[in-house]
Design a protein around this ligand. Structure first.
Ligand SMILES: *Cc1c(COP(=O)(O)O)cnc(C)c1O
Length: 215
């Protein structure tokens, strides 16, 4: 299937109000161009250097989302332009983003990453830790980051029930926090599980292989 076909099929299968992040990691600039020609404007990368280099070769109305694990000392390479950082998994990282954003007089939108999968290798806060962050003053103290929502990855399994339960637990927290803050983005769902994620309330899916083919 071509990139164009993949994108069209995906768009036909998701509600208009769900944002689509086209995950272009490891894929060449030419592949991003092809998706861009089909109207896609949001792209997700998981390595800062790769994202920065691609950005330099592509139109500047693309929105670049960092979806991977971020090291504090690398934030400076994307602080000038990154549109959304999905994987914020520590207060220290949030502070590092704040500091670098300030240098560019920006407020960088971020998502707190929740650890909802059973695998211990995946990064993120526990749901209780996220609640504690929202209960504390830390978010109001950091003037150059804005936490606009939550992100999560389900377990790597074919057990649909398991995936559904994990997404649903994140959606419950999202709804709870929405009552006391103005978060609006719930980033969950990848090529293998975006349909379940949308059914469970996702507002933003991150899809790579379904558009660009296997990596
Ligand atoms: C690679 C990646 C994706 C996309 O994965 P696909 O299975 O190719 O859709 C989504 N989210 C994160 C965090 C990723 O690292």
């Amino acid at each position: 299937m071509s990139i164009q076909q993949g994108l069209h099929e995906l768009r036909n299968n998701i509600p208009k109000e769900v944002s689509l992040v086209a995950v272009s990691k490891t894929k060449p600039v030419s592949a991003i161009k092809e998706a861009y020609e089909c109207g896609q404007r949001i792209f997700g990368e998981n390595k800062i250097q790769e994202m920065t280099s691609k950005r330099e070769q592509l139109p500047n109305d693309i929105q670049w989302h960092m979806i991977g694990h971020v090291q504090s000392n690398k934030v400076k390479y994307m602080a000038e332009y990154v549109d959304l950082i999905h994987g914020v998994d520590s207060i220290n990282l949030l502070k590092a983003i704040d500091k670098e954003a300030a240098k560019h007089h920006r407020v960088i939108p971020c998502l707190l990453q929740a650890h909802i999968a059973v695998e211990s290798t995946k990064f993120g806060f526990s749901l209780d830790e996220i609640k504690a962050v929202f209960d504390s003053d830390v978010l109001s103290e950091l003037k150059h980051v804005k936490v606009v929502g939550l992100m999560g990855m389900a377990s790597f399994t074919t057990e649909e029930k398991q995936i559904r339960t994990e997404f649903s637990s994140l959606k419950s927290l999202f709804d709870e926090l929405k009552e006391v803050s103005n978060i609006e983005v719930l980033s969950m769902g990848m090529s293998g599980d975006y349909q379940i994620a949308i059914e469970e309330g996702s507002t933003m899916i991150r899809v790579g292989s379904k558009i660009f083919g296997t990596r």
